[in-house]
Structure formats: structure tokens, C-alpha cells
Design a protein around this ligand. Structure first.
Ligand SMILES: [Fe+2]
Length: 387
């Protein structure tokens, strides 16, 4: 979330001498997006930032997509996602296009024995189950179930998990930010926004490491992974300030916008990025018009593929969908409640559903790993007489 933040020690002006206790200079690094025209932070390092002892290429990091086939609704079962070694290496890409890659990751309690930096995309890790700490050169951020952990381009980080954890992940080569319509020209969130700055958590604890040795950093860039071996610990920052840093927003802090009749999907919007949006479906009171229908109408999202990760509760309009399933309603055909679900919703006063939705403005492709998780779905609209 772009608001000014600082941690640790920084000099009283930028770009001036800033000395260690022994008289040597700290090394200043300006880290900025869009050629120094967008968000930026200034970091002060103990060691020279460009210093790399060894480099190696670890191969391609691009998802392998398969032919989509005839246009149809799809559903993926992610409950049994394989437990990997750590959150980054366990990540499985499922759906993607040039604007975004969506995936899941399931990893055991413990840390990572390397550092990771995605220099080609923002990464958002939504915590479905588990808890831990995101450690980066900007400091530590503890996370829990329901958190959206938003990590900007170029951040070097690792995660430590307190327990086995499951994530829904969003990777995008653009910025992830709250919708512009909820912000004033200065970036501050407005009164009609479903959350405010108090709901955003920024790093609060800066650990400065000055150890020497061999430290592995895996860098994702140019759709490949490069391995860098540094001879110093990459979290050598003594202080930083600016608007660019990882931050967290918990889905429970999203205040639902409700009405007398069915509210459209944009009321659930939480973030926006280039060519897609992220929405949060949270427990809320249903529509209160005496003749209201809480389930959604059938809709043709004509220029938008709609992905929903079902987290908790009974999703109001879906049959045959279990916890951790993902549905894809692509554009090209309408979708809506399955037979009986509209009638069943009438008279209900509230929902306990919890889900994350990603709507993309260009078609998504499925990966070969997604095909392995696919479950029957189109058939669920065929029950009954079709009326
Ligand atoms: Fe929909």
C-alpha cells in the first residue's frame, strides 16, 4: 500500500554521506518502479549491493500451457496439492496469460535455505491456511490465515512458516494496488472504500545482518531463474524509507458493501492491477428487499474470465464445489447459479462464504498441472428440466 514508511536508521537528507561507526560509508540504493517515476524507496546497505560472487542459470520459469479446447466452464480441485519443500519451490502455476499467473502452493513448517527475488512481477500470496513470517530487506512481516501478502517487484525475501501452510498466489508484471476509485488524488483511501490505511500492515521489525559466507539468491527475471551466490547476507539494510515495500491486508478487514437488491461484483473489488482485478467475497448480510434474490443473476462477463478460489463457507450459487476448489468461468458463454440454487437462496439473510476472485480482461490459459486437478463441472447445470 503506497504510503510513506520508514524503518531503522537513515540520514537526515537523501544522497549525502551516511557513515558506519567505523567511519566507512553505508551504501545507498534507490529502488524505484517505472524508471524512477513511480513508487520508490531508498535503502542503506552495509555491503555494496551489486556484489555477486557466482552466477548460474537454473532454467526456464514460464508456465506450460495446454490447448483449452471448446469453451466451457472448468473447475479445479486443489485440496490435495502436493506438499513441497518450501513455499516458492512448491508453487504450482494453474492459470495464466500475459497479465497474470495464478497458482497454489502448499509447504511444510520451516524456513527456506535460499532467498528469492521476483524482478519481473509483483507477487501476492493469499494465506488460506497457516501462518509465518515474510522476511525481506525491508524488515519482517508476520502473516496469518486470510492475509493478502503483497510483495513488490525486486524485493529479496524468504518465508518462515510456523505450520504447514496453503496459499493461493497471484503473479503480475504490473503493480497491485487498491482501486483508484477508492483513493483521492494523493493516494489516501476515501470514506466509501471498504478498507482504510489502518487495515494495512507494513514491516515493523528490521533485522540487519552483517554475516559473511555464501548466500544463495534465486532471481526470477526474463522468464528464467538465475542463481546468485553472494558473499554477504542480503538482509544487510540498516534503514530505509519510501513508498515501496511489502505489505499485508487481511480479508477479514474487508467491510462488505451490501444493499436492498443484489450488488454487482465490483463492490467486492479489493485490488486492481494491469488488465485484472482481485475481489474478496466475505461473510455479510444478504439483500433486504422483501422480494430480493440473494443468489446472483445469470451473467455474461463478456470481456472477462472469472476465477474464484473457494476458501470457506457454502458459496451461495455453487453446487459441487468444495473447499480449496477453483472455478474458471471464461468469457464466451454465460454462467450463473446451478439448478435450484436461486430458489434456495430466497429468504436467506446472511452468508458465511469466503472466497477470492480474480477477473482478467484477457483469456486465461490452463497449465498441464491444472488439467491434472480438473473435476467435472459443466454437467452441474444440467440437472432438472432446464427451467
Ligand atoms: Fe460470475
Amino acid at each position: 500500500m503506497p504510503y510513506y514508511h520508514k524503518l531503522g536508521q537513515i540520514p537526515h537528507k537523501r544522497h549525502i554521506q551516511f557513515k558506519k561507526p567505523d567511519g566507512k560509508l553505508y551504501r545507498e540504493e534507490v529502488m524505484g518502479l517505472e524508471g524512477f517515476s513511480s513508487l520508490q524507496s531508498i535503502l542503506y546497505h552495509h555491503f555494496l549491493p551489486p556484489r555477486v560472487m557466482k552466477t548460474a542459470d537454473c532454467g526456464p520459469a514460464k508456465p506450460e500451457y495446454v490447448d483449452f479446447g471448446p469453451i466451457r466452464h472448468r473447475a479445479l480441485r486443489t485440496h490435495q496439492t502436493l506438499l513441497g519443500a518450501d513455499p516458492v519451490s512448491a508453487r504450482i502455476p494453474l492459470l495464466g496469460n500475459n497479465d497474470v499467473i495464478l497458482g497454489v502452493s502448499r509447504a511444510p513448517k520451516g524456513g527456506m535455505d535460499y532467498f528469492y527475488r521476483n524482478s519481473q512481477a509483483y507477487e501476492t500470496w493469499w494465506v488460506h491456511d497457516g501462518s509465518g513470517t515474510l522476511k525481506s530487506q525491508f524488515g519482517n512481516l508476520s502473516f496469518r490465515k486470510g492475509d493478502y501478502i503483497v510483495i513488490p517487484f525486486g524485493t529479496t525475501w524468504k518465508m518462515e512458516l510456523n505450520e504447514e501452510s496453503k496459499f493461493f498466489t497471484i503473479e503480475n508484471p504490473s503493480q497491485m494496488e487498491p482501486p483508484k476509485r477508492y483513493r483521492n488524488p494523493y493516494g489516501q483511501l476515501l470514506e466509501h472504500a471498504p478498507f482504510c490505511e489502518r487495515d494495512i500492515r507494513a514491516p515493523t521489525e528490521l533485522e540487519t545482518h552483517t554475516e559473511r559466507g555464501e548466500f544463495e539468491v534465486r532471481v526470477k527475471v526474463r522468464d528464467r531463474i538465475s542463481q546468485h551466490i553472494l558473499d554477504y547476507h542480503p538482509f544487510d539494510v540498516v534503514g530505509w524509507d519510501g513508498y515501496l515495500y511489502p505489505w499485508i491486508f487481511n480479508i477479514e478487514d474487508f467491510e462488505p458493501i451490501t444493499g436492498r437488491i443484489h450488488q454487482p461484483p465490483p463492490v467486492h473489488q479489493t485490488f486492481e492491477a494491469h488488465n485484472f482485478v482481485v475481489c474478496s467475497f466475505v461473510p455479510r448480510l444478504f439483500d433486504y428487499h422483501p422480494e430480493g434474490i440473494p443468489a446472483p443473476y445469470n451473467h455474461s462477463n463478456i470481456q472477462s474470465d472469472e476465477v474464484i478460489y473457494y476458501a470457506e463457507g457454502n458459496f451461495m450459487s455453487r453446487k459441487g464445489i468444495d473447499r480449496s476448489d477453483i472455478s474458471l468461468h471464461p468469457f464466451g458463454l454465460p454462467h450463473g447459479p446451478q439448478p435450484g440454487m436461486t430458489e434456495a437462496s430466497i429468504g436467506k439473510t446472511e452468508t458465511k462464504e469466503l472466497a477470492v476472485m480474480v477477473d482478467t480482461f484477457h483469456p486465461l490459459q490452463l497449465t498441464k498441472q491444472a488439467l491434472e486437478m480438473e473435476k467435472p463441472y459443466m454437467e452441474t447445470w444440467l440437472e432438472g428440466d432446464g427451467e
